[in-house]
Ligand binder design. Structure first.
Ligand code: SF4
Length: 263
């Protein structure tokens, strides 16, 4: 059952700092104020705000796309010791695992894998072979959504690299949001950035990136559900190709949950 958050106060019991002043509760109004404040901010200010407010209970998720690599670079530069994690479905591309190793070595960090306890063999035994073909929502739930929820259950905030212009489902992404699925604050420092701006950053700083991006893969997820995209096609159209699905379920828009109860 998805818990619906309708209370005026989303998050209580600590002081939130902005512009040197203190707000006791994270309310929808305060979220609005925060997003207005951060509208023209660089990621550094936003990451610094997150770590200042949440400390080690703020974690950073990455899928090793260019936005995630940019954020890891900023964290390393700012020396913010936040835990960085990725959802390891055991179905990622070899190139993605190699990139993870390269980034770990480059920045002297360890990136934590977050996975389901269900092996691919057990999944096939319980749900049939190639669940990603017969029921991709179930497969994503098992291998991504539930492991993330479990991992975030004792955290207060998570940082992501999602951006508004990545997909129609992300058009209303705010820089600071309440995540109603995982009941934590979600911080998206690059929400307002364009794809070109992110790639300019990667090139300017000579940062590594997944070589599949040079072969028609604008976004890269699991091997069975990622295909190359033709020039001019939507950035995420290579994900779950020929299905209506364009999100795995970990980035459901907060507004989907307003005034709604799901079982
Ligand atoms: S992206 Fe595909 S393979 Fe990966 S968890 Fe989702 S359905 Fe399964």
């Amino acid at each position: 059952m998805i818990k619906v958050i309708e209370e005026k106060t989303l998050f209580t019991g600590k002081n939130f700092y902005i512009n040197g002043s203190i707000n006791r509760n994270l309310t929808p109004e305060f979220l609005q104020e925060l997003n207005a404040h951060f509208k023209n901010s660089e990621p550094d200010e936003i990451l610094d705000w997150g770590f200042h407010n949440f400390g080690k209970t703020m974690v950073v998720g990455t899928g090793f796309g260019p936005s995630g690599i940019l954020l890891i670079h900023r964290l390393a530069t700012l020396k913010i010791p936040a835990t960085i994690f990725y959802l390891d479905t055991n179905l990622l591309f070899e190139e993605t695992y190699k990139l993870k190793d390269e980034i770990e070595e480059l920045f002297g960090i360890e990136i934590l894998p977050v996975s389901t306890f269900l092996s691919l063999e057990q999944q096939a035994q319980n749900f049939g072979d190639e669940l990603w073909k017969t029921n991709p929502d179930k497969c994503c739930e098992i291998r991504k959504v539930l492991p993330l929820k479990q991992y975030l259950s004792d955290k207060k905030a998570w940082v992501t690299g999602i951006r508004r212009n990545q997909a129609t489902t992300r058009q209303e992404t705010d820089i600071v949001e309440w995540d109603p699925l995982n009941l934590v604050v979600k911080i998206n420092p690059l929400a307002l950035w364009s794809n070109d701006r992110v790639w300019d950053y990667i090139e300017t700083h000579n940062l590594p990136y997944n070589p599949l991006h040079d072969f028609g893969y604008p976004t890269i997820g699991c091997v069975p559900c990622t295909q190359p995209v033709a020039a001019g096609e939507d950035e995420r159209s290579g994900r779950w190709k020929n299905l209506k699905k364009i999100e795995c379920g970990i980035h459901m828009p907060a507004q989907n949950f307003k005034n709604r109860t799901d079982n």
